[in-house]
Design a protein around this ligand. Structure first.
Ligand code: SF4
Ligand code: SF4
Length: 291
């Protein structure tokens, strides 16, 4: 039985402020039957993000075909794709007047293209209604169908292609069963090679049992695979049945990771306890020269 670590005082979850924008977004999401990661993954930044009009949309349902023990998304047999979803998503983004959106999905190992075609349809429909909105996609690993999936993106490119490595290779078996470290790096490298105008991005969590040196090694691997943007945040166990937090990384260490990231040549690095892959995604992209 793992003793639960006490949260240090730099882990502060801001209460979800009941701004009118927050409720406006919730209402519009419900009306259009859209799911957000913000809600599904119990993200601690939801008050702030909804308050300022940012959200991360989760397409292709809320049931994942994988079971990563750090993740709070539901598992099980996924529902068939909702053909109206790309249209509903595009309309919602337009209604909410969002200038920057993140679109992500559960893993859909049941689909022949891993869901790439559905992503592209969402991008196309969103571009049609909101031509000035910047689009970031946070994609699953398309294992077993990578070439097919990457080719499909030629029909609708995102501004930012994000795929999270999540943790160091030594912990993959435990934390990302079904995924492969090298494969995820290759996904981002090949995407960049095929579509050099898009920016690539990846993220890590700390606190799963890795060392600082292992994190630095992953960062070096990322640069060797031409990844432009980086996020690193503290893992917080969603419930006591998820992987336990094995350490809380001190702010000074986050600072060190950030400095090293710029030395290594990342265009942007968002590093800090409460950073999430999509946290201030608009600002990250803006600082990286995208938006
Ligand atoms: Fe949603 Fe990302 Fe903000 Fe969390 S950090 S509330 S997932 S947009
Ligand atoms: Fe969660 Fe992604 Fe793992 Fe599915 S593949 S369980 S959504 S982290």
């Amino acid at each position: 039985d793992v003793e639960r670590l006490k949260k240090p005082d730099w882990i502060r979850v801001k209460a979800a402020t009941a701004s009118s924008r927050f409720y406006e977004i919730k209402d519009i999401l419900r009306a259009n039957k859209l799911v957000t990661v913000c809600e599904e993954a119990s993200c601690p930044n939801i008050g702030e993000c909804f308050g300022k009009g940012t959200a991360t949309f989760m397409i292709m349902g809320d049931k994942c075909t994988r079971r990563c023990p750090f993740c709070d998304v539901g598992h099980g047999r996924p529902d068939p794709l909702d053909v109206n979803e790309p249209g509903n998503l595009a309309k919602t983004i337009a209604d909410l007047r969002l200038s920057y959106v993140v679109i992500t999905s559960v893993d859909r190992d049941d689909l022949r293209d891993g869901g790439a075609g559905h992503f592209v349809e969402c991008i196309q429909k969103t571009r049609a209604l909101s031509p000035n909105t910047k689009i970031e996609v946070l994609v699953p690993d398309f294992r077993g169908r990578l070439e097919k999936a990457l080719n499909i993106f030629a029909d609708g490119l995102p501004d930012v292609m994000n795929h999270n490595l999540e943790t160091v290779p030594r912990l993959y078996k435990e934390a990302r069963p079904g995924a492969d470290y090298k494969h995820s790096l290759v996904l981002l490298r090949d995407f960049k090679k095929m579509y050099p105008s898009a920016v690539t991005k990846s993220g890590l969590m700390v606190g799963l049992g890795e060392t600082d040196e292992e994190i630095l090694e992953v960062m070096r691997d990322m640069r060797e695979h031409d990844i432009d943007m980086l996020t690193i945040g503290q893992y917080l166990a969603p419930t006591s049945s998820h992987l336990p937090v094995r350490r809380y990384v001190h702010p000074d260490v986050f600072k060190m990771f950030e400095e090293k990231a710029y030395e290594m040549g990342f265009v942007h690095a968002a590093v800090g306890a409460m950073v999430r892959s999509s946290y201030h995604a608009d600002q990250q992209a803006h600082e990286a020269g995208v938006a």
